[in-house]
Design a protein around this ligand. Structure first.
Ligand code: XBP
Ligand code: MG
Length: 224
């Protein structure tokens, strides 16, 4: 039995990427940019982790795009983040099947819970306050976000920081992820990985994972 379960957020706890996509598109309109990301484009762009990094990568591909400064990127990301929180607060993005049960069962078994994600603390709080209640953070021993570390996934930084905060060895933990980038990040930190397949990353290569499931309601003894 693992001493701790370390959860990714986007795609793993909830299907949030569709809300991120809508929030980006809202920000583009508000900022006067004629960009709109459809699902196919967004699926491809998700290979770049981090919202600011994703916009920069897209901008670099647009040959006729006007120059975009760091201030523009920051302003766009600020609008995007505010709109994402508004969308999440409508309650339209519930936890994925099995997530709430797994969190409760893990707690009851004495396993510790942690989060290792690329997204921001504000976004994690918006989602989990809505889904688990305002005091959700009391159940988690470590919450590490993208901007807390130098390098985002697929770098192992967020996972290494969680291990340091939990004071646990990698093999005492299980990482729960939905994407190849997440799998690579956890694997580089030597943490065994359980994959729960999500909307945008179903076709990723998960051969390195210990377990691959369609969702966490199918979870039997895998993370115990
Ligand atoms: C999730 C992401 C995030 C979100 C956007 O990756 O890549 O960038 O799409 O969040 P993972 P921000 O699930 O592997 O952690 O705009 O706040 O960066
Ligand atoms: Mg994810």
């Amino acid at each position: 039995r693992a001493a701790a379960l370390i959860f990714d957020v986007d795609g793993t706890l909830a299907e949030t990427e569709e809300l991120h996509r809508l929030a980006f598109n809202h920000a583009f309109v508000r900022h006067g940019l004629d960009w709109q990301w459809d699902r196919a484009v967004y699926k491809d762009l998700l290979r770049v982790t981090g919202g600011k990094e994703r916009m920069r990568a897209y901008h670099a591909r647009q040959r006729l795009a006007p120059p975009l400064s760091d201030e523009d990127i920051a302003a766009l990301h600020c609008i995007k983040t505010a709109h994402y929180a508004e969308l999440v607060e409508t309650g339209c993005c519930p936890l994925r099947p099995g997530v709430a049960d797994l969190l409760m069962a893990a707690k009851a078994r004495g396993q510790r819970l942690a989060i290792a994600t690329t997204t921001s603390h504000g976004n994690i709080d918006a989602l989990l306050s809505q889904a688990l209640g305002r005091r959700w953070a009391a159940d988690f021993d470590a919450v590490v976000a993208g901007d807390d570390v130098q390098h985002k996934k697929p770098a192992p930084d967020v996972y290494l920081e969680v291990l340091a905060r939990l004071k646990l060895e990698p093999l005492d933990c299980v990482a729960i992820e939905d994407s190849a980038n997440g799998l690579i990040a956890a694997s580089r930190a030597n943490i065994p990985v359980l994959i729960t397949r999500s909307m945008f990353f179903r076709e990723d290569d998960f051969t390195e994972a210990q377990v691959v499931l369609d969702d966490l309601s199918g979870l039997d003894d895998a993370a115990k």
